[in-house]
Design a protein around this ligand. Structure first.
Ligand code: ADE
Length: 228
């Protein structure tokens, strides 16, 4: 069974409606929809926004549903140099731009204890996503995604995240799911369609494009699963 996590209803609803024989199981206030998607057993969930909800959701999928892999689908702010609205970033690796124990001498972004800044995605899953994007005619790049509990809408912050972490996109859940998958030795990938450019104009752009970008990301996620 593959787990599919979206932070918001708009990032999962269409996929949920395509499940055959779906049943809903609610755990810790999060609804999990288990069923068949194009002949593949899946469990899909709307985690809620931010790293804590995303981590709870990923850990629950692993312990209670026994998922063999997790795909995180949704939208992101594009911060890389050659990136436009509606493009995709398929994560090569993820980091947490708001993790900061530099005050005690660590590099910014380091998750102390496991001593990692970046969590690598599963090559087979990201290659499947890239191949699916090519077939669908979507512009996609494999790159670093930075997550944090912050909607980035400030050019200075955006440029700092881009330059410090060499990141192509910014969102609020992927790296939490990545960390949970890493400690549980579960393969994962994060697929994000760009809804805004994380600058001062981002809230307006986000409002206009979130629905379209979320739907595109669901479409690519579904096609990526078919490529596995
Ligand atoms: N998701 C979509 N756009 C975002 C942004 N600018 N910052 C954080 N998460 C996002």
């Amino acid at each position: 069974m593959i787990g599919i996590i979206g932070a918001m209803r708009v990032e999962i609803e269409a996929l949920k409606n395509s499940l055959e024989g779906a049943e809903t199981i609610t755990i810790s206030g999060i609804d999990y929809y288990r069923g068949m998607l194009d002949g593949q057993k899946v469990v899909a969930a709307v985690s809620g926004v931010g790293k804590v909800f995303a981590a709870v959701c990923a850990q629950t999928m692993i312990l209670r549903f026994g998922v063999e892999a997790i795909i995180n689908t949704g939208v992101a702010g594009g911060i890389g140099k050659d990136i436009s609205l509606g493009d995709f970033v398929i994560a090569s690796k993820l980091c947490q731009h708001d993790m900061d124990t530099s005050g005690v001498g660590d590099p910014k972004g380091l998750v102390s204890g496991i001593n990692k800044v970046y969590f690598e995605t599963e090559p087979r899953y990201r290659e499947a996503a890239l191949k699916a994007a090519e077939k669908l005619g979507f512009r996609a790049q494999i790159g670093t995604i930075a997550s944090g509990d912050q909607f980035v809408c400030d050019a200075e912050r955006k440029h700092w995240i881009r330059d410090f972490f060499d990141a192509a996109a910014v969102e609020m859940e992927g790296a939490a799911i990545a960390q949970v998958c890493f400690i549980n030795e579960i393969p994962f990938v994060v697929i994000r369609a760009i809804s805004d450019d994380a600058s001062g104009y981002a809230p307006v752009s986000y409002d206009s494009f979130v629905k379209e970008a979320a739907a595109k990301s669901i479409q690519l996620t579904r096609a990526a699963i078919a490529e596995l």
